[in-house]
Design a protein around this ligand. Structure first.
Ligand SMILES: [Zn+2]
Length: 247
């Protein structure tokens, strides 16, 4: 294992442009419920009823019953060592950007600056009527909460089922993937398009994919680490610092 961490640390240090693509797996260690896994939220709550844009327009309270607690307890959720290591890598100039499917805002909380949030964020909540912006955990009471200015329904700035991904974020992500030589693929099963196409884009442009997942999900992975990212990332960082200090 240690050999593998060392090899990956070297790859990161020698890369011209390294990026990360993260999914629910990285935040599971921070206690964020996962949605698509076997025991995930979508097994319990039918997304067509609880998290589609059509359902939201019909009855936003259903959506708020499953997301409201997270938003009101937002300050309780902390980034874990995997988020923190990615932020540190960026600060050191090793990592260029993080593309994430997560809506929990933990990369920004950890200190990452270049974060491309493909599915938006629960941190920002907008009034659908007057566009007044709220920031988690500060939303009015009520399920759904209503705007204290105009009484409109509040909706987090996230992508619901049936909504397209934000075009700007997606094109930024595609640009990052086609210009990097290393991608760290962390905690994502890469089954859902268009996100699933991103690691492929890296490979098509001659880059390498380093995957940290409990199970190998991407068939064209160059280096696979079947460990929790919160354990593996600090080890990679430790090896990276050893190499730097020896030079
Ligand atoms: Zn309003």
């Amino acid at each position: 294992m240690e050999e593998k961490y060392k090899r990956i640390a070297k790859l990161l240090l020698n890369s011209k442009k390294c990026i990360a693509l993260t999914g629910a797996g990285i935040s599971a260690e921070s206690g964020i419920p996962t949605f698509r896994s076997k025991e995930g939220m979508w097994e319990k709550y039918d997304p067509a009823v609880y998290a589609s844009i059509d359902a939201f327009h019909k009855d936003p309270s259903k959506y708020w019953t499953i997301r409201g607690d997270f938003i009101r307890n937002y300050d309780d959720y902390k980034p874990n060592p995997a988020h923190l290591t990615l932020a540190e890598l960026e600060k050191m100039g090793v990592l260029t950007s993080v593309i994430t499917q997560n809506i929990d805002g933990l990369h920004s909380k950890a200190g990452s600056k270049q974060v491309i949030e493909l599915h938006g964020t629960l941190r920002r909540i907008l009034c659908m009527q007057c566009s007044k912006e709220y920031t988690a955990p500060n939303v009015p009471d009520g399920t759904p909460p209503l705007c204290d200015e105009c009484g409109g329904v509040l909706k987090p700035n996230t992508v619901l089922f049936g909504e397209p991904l934000p075009a700007k974020a997606l094109s930024e992500a595609q640009r990052e993937c086609s210009t990097c030589d290393i991608m760290l693929l962390i905690g994502t099963s890469t089954v859902v398009y268009p996100v699933a196409a991103l690691p492929k884009l890296v490979k098509e442009n001659g880059g390498q994919v380093i995957e940290l997942n409990l199970e190998n999900a991407f068939p064209f992975t160059d280096y696979f680490i079947g460990e929790k990212a919160g354990t593996a990332m600090p080890q990679i960082m430790a090896e990276l610092k050893k190499i730097k200090n020896n030079n």
